[in-house]
Ligand binder design. Structure first.
Ligand code: ADP
Ligand code: ZN
Length: 735
């Protein structure tokens, strides 16, 4: 289904056109062009059986059958036709991830109300009045409006989000507490002014900005690793590349890990360019999503800031993609279409004569290797901006510390925290474990409470007063008797989560103001953002945080980072365990001392001589990467070899193993390209939501045509009805 160059760009009424729909069909369908004709790439609605579905004019129809029976395109939607480069991108991304093209088109059309007719429509915003009487339902509506700031909603969206009937919203409209407006549909975004002066750049920053801007000016594809320690001004630098892109009249996309999409970043863009960019992530209303989707296609938005799926917006003329914190694992989509936004950004840019900037203090090994090999350019920013200096780092040898049972803060760390509080500075205690305790055990029989649906232990969340399965989200109350031996009152928590750590902190530092930053403790993204702003302004003395705090936030008063368990990430057998730990520890430590005061990072470890811990402390990053690269090369692992994960799942355990075994027997197509298949083996999490999971791992040489071989291999067997199979190219997690 590759687009053909020879296809005409316009089809007259009655011409035969091939339409790609979002329906799971193996091919395009033929229709007749509608009254008024249509452009190649136009978004259309077509009849399919009794329904009407979304489609895209893909090329000339095939013909070769009774033309009298071909139906007409119902109508052309009010949206700019998809650019050729975007269509090619969808095809290539589909091929790379082994995803059917219709699923790719679905990903590229995830804007609600796309097919609505043009013209003004009603939207709902925060009103001015206070309702005469407050009910639960009304309060929920007002809370949603407050959560999203001044955003506009459709009636049904607002009602759905608040979990109320549309009548409740209408009632609030009559009271003036909700404003109802006729909105002109989908206005372009305010123009960003790239000629406003930016900050005065330091010498190395300026050199970096000039290089990136020159690359953008060149109007060709290229990828650059912008590697800079946290606080070195990477954002300032890549905003200059954005400015150059805007000056050339092209569009710029900045991808951020979802959680880092803070008001802080938007404000920096506004300071620099005098207006806000388009925003694309899960916290944006449907009305705004639709507007942005359309404006991306029409060129009515210059800069977009978004989470990974923003990569599938139908940009008219994309000139630059920045992937900030490029090592972040949230760029990998782990369900539905399995893709890595970082790699897809490079693919998309290469098809659109666009530049890519991969920004990180701790790039992933793949990126580091590509830069070493000269495939990517590389720019280093080695010092923090201004007076800020990198934190000093030290390990606390836990073998030498005296700790009482069920205590996790060593005397050394506690002393350092106390010193900070006395000076009016902040301390961050980092523990990458949500909840109260990771394990609940029966002291009578040793039974550990697990999830009924999954092969996983349940995690106690004392704040919610429940046990939660982190695999499937299932919850149950904490039992008083052991489910196995029925002993009463013998269940005990084992190990710390952030909530339990908070208890210890409260006991030891009763005067300190303590905040726990964990994604599950906040009702909304807005509430979390507010808390972060409050902390930055000095509203806390001790911050206890999970992974969440590692990303991008600036806390000027923070001068101490204490890592409770630096060994935590090193235990798994994961290919990336060392790399992940290295990145996470460096990122977290980088939170300390971002302003004038020098920061310190203390890592509690039982194995301070472990090579990874030593590399983290010494700060000799190049050596760490070099050593990691050699290890991967010897093992033939990515980026020196290729991997694909196959995950099979079924309620029937025998069926899933039999199918896996049959696949592994028929490995001829894989052997032809020099690839091997391992497994089937039970997945590390062998059961999720009642489905048994089995994994196979395909390992092939670098440069082999892996996807084609996989496609041939998998097509040999027909999937039984209740068995699911997904292919994960370049897997990041192996659960
Ligand atoms: P990074 O993205 O590398 O972590 P940032 O771009 O966020 O670094 O910069 C860190 C802090 O230093 C920010 O508060 C930023 O505004 C400030 N900063 C960086 N460069 C400059 C500059 N040239 N002039 C003024 N402030 C700067
Ligand atoms: Zn579960």
């Amino acid at each position: 289904m590759v687009p053909r160059v020879a296809d005409p760009v316009f089809f007259d009424e009655g011409d035969l056109v091939a339409v790609l729909t979002t329906e799971p069909l193996g091919k395009c369908l033929d229709y007749k062009a509608p009254e008024g004709g249509c452009f190649l790439g136009a978004f259309v609605e077509v009849p399919l059986g009794p329904r009407r579905v979304l489609g895209l004019i893909w090329g000339k129809g095939e013909g070769g059958y009774d033309l009298a029976r071909v139906r007409s395109v119902t109508r052309v939607l009010d949206a700019a036709p998809m650019a050729d480069a975007m269509r090619t991108f969808l095809v290539r991304a589909a091929d790379y991830t082994l995803t059917p093209l219709p699923a790719m088109l679905r990903l590229a059309t995830r804007a609600p109300g796309l097919a609505d007719p043009p013209g003004p429509r009603r939207v709902y915003r925060k009103g001015w009045a206070v309702p005469d009487r407050m009910t639960d339902a009304r309060a929920r509506v007002l809370a949603i409006l407050a959560d999203y700031g001044g955003a506009a909603f459709t009636l049904s969206e607002l009602a759905d989000l608040a979990g109320v009937t549309t009548g409740v919203v209408k009632g609030l409209v009559r009271q003036g507490a909700v404003a109802e407006e006729e909105a002109p549909r989908d206005l372009p975004y305010p123009r960003l002014d790239s000629d406003r002066p930016g900050k005065d750049l330091a010498e190395d920053q300026r050199a970096a900005a000039v290089r990136l801007a020159a690359a953008v000016k060149g109007g060709r594809y290229g990828t650059t690793l912008l590697k800079g320690v946290t606080g070195s001004g990477k954002t300032e630098v890549y905003l200059e590349a954005v400015a150059e892109c805007l000056r050339r009249g092209r569009q710029a996309l900045v991808l951020l890990p979802e959680i880092a999409l803070t008001a802080e970043f938007l404000k920096r863009v506004e300071d620099r360019f005098g207006a806000r960019p388009g925003e694309w992530h899960s916290g944006v209303t449907q009305t705004e999503r639709r507007r942005l989707w359309r404006m991306a296609g029409e060129g009515g938005v210059g800069m977009v800031v978004g989470a990974r799926s923003a990569l599938f917006l139908p940009f008219r003329d994309l000139g630059l993609i920045v992937v900030d914190e490029e090592h972040d694992s949230s760029y990998k989509q782990e369900d539905g279409v399995l893709y890595n936004a970082r790699d897809m950004a490079v693919l998309r840019a290469s098809l659109s004569d666009a530049q890519v900037v991969l920004a990180s203090a701790t790039p992933c090994l793949e990126t580091w290797v590509n830069a070493e090999a000269g495939k990517y350019g590389r720019i280093d920013l080695t010092s923090r901006f201004g007076a800020a200096e990198l934190p000093t780092m030290r390990a606390i040898d836990m073998r030498a510390e005296k700790l009482e049972p069920n205590r996790w803060i060593s005397p050394t760390l506690a002393g350092a925290v106390r010193a900070r509080i006395e000076r009016g500075e902040q301390a961050l205690l980092f523990l990458n474990r949500r909840g109260y305790a990771p394990v609940t055990i029966c002291r009578a029989c040793g039974h550990q409470i697990g999830c009924d649906q999954c092969d996983a232990r349940m995690v106690e969340h004392r704040f919610q007063k429940r046990l939660v399965c982190h695999q499937c989200g299932d919850t149950k109350p904490l039992p008083t008797t052991c489910p196995s031996c029925k002993a009463e009152g013998r269940l005990a928590p084992v190990g710390p989560g952030v909530e339990r750590l908070a208890e210890e902190v409260a006991e030891r530092f009763p005067q300190a103001r303590v905040v726990v930053l964990s994604s599950d403790l906040f009702a909304s993204a807005r509430a979390l953002k507010d808390k972060i702003v409050d902390i930055a302004a000095g509203g806390a003395d001790i911050i206890i945080g999970t992974q969440l705090v590692a990303k991008g936030h600036n806390f000027p008063l923070l001068t101490l980072v204490g890592v409770i368990d630096a060994d935590l990430g090193l235990q798994g057998s994961d290919l990336r365990a060392a790399e992940r730990t290295f990145q996470l520890m460096r990122q977290v430590s980088g939170r300390a001392g971002r302003a004038e005061k020098r920061g310190e990072a203390l890592l509690q470890s039982f194995q301070p001589d472990h090579p990874v811990i030593r590399a983290i402390l010494s700060g000799d990053e190049e050596n760490f990467w070099r050593a990691e690269a050699v290890e991967r090369q010897v093992a033939g692992m990515p980026p020196y070899g290729r991997l694909a994960g196959i995950i099979l799942s079924s309620p029937d355990v025998a069926q899933v193993f039999d199918f896996g075994a049959e696949l592994s027997r028929r490995d001829a197509p894989l052997r032809r390209i020099g690839a091997q298949v391992f497994g089937p083996a039970p997945a590390p999490v062998a059961r999720v939501r009642g489905r048994h999971r089995v994994r196979l791992l395909v390992k092939g040489p670098k440069g082999a045509a892996l996807q084609a071989a996989l496609a041939e291999w998998l097509s040999q067997l027909k999937l039984p009805a209740n068995l699911r199979l997904s292919v994960d190219i370049d897997p990041q997690s192996f659960y």
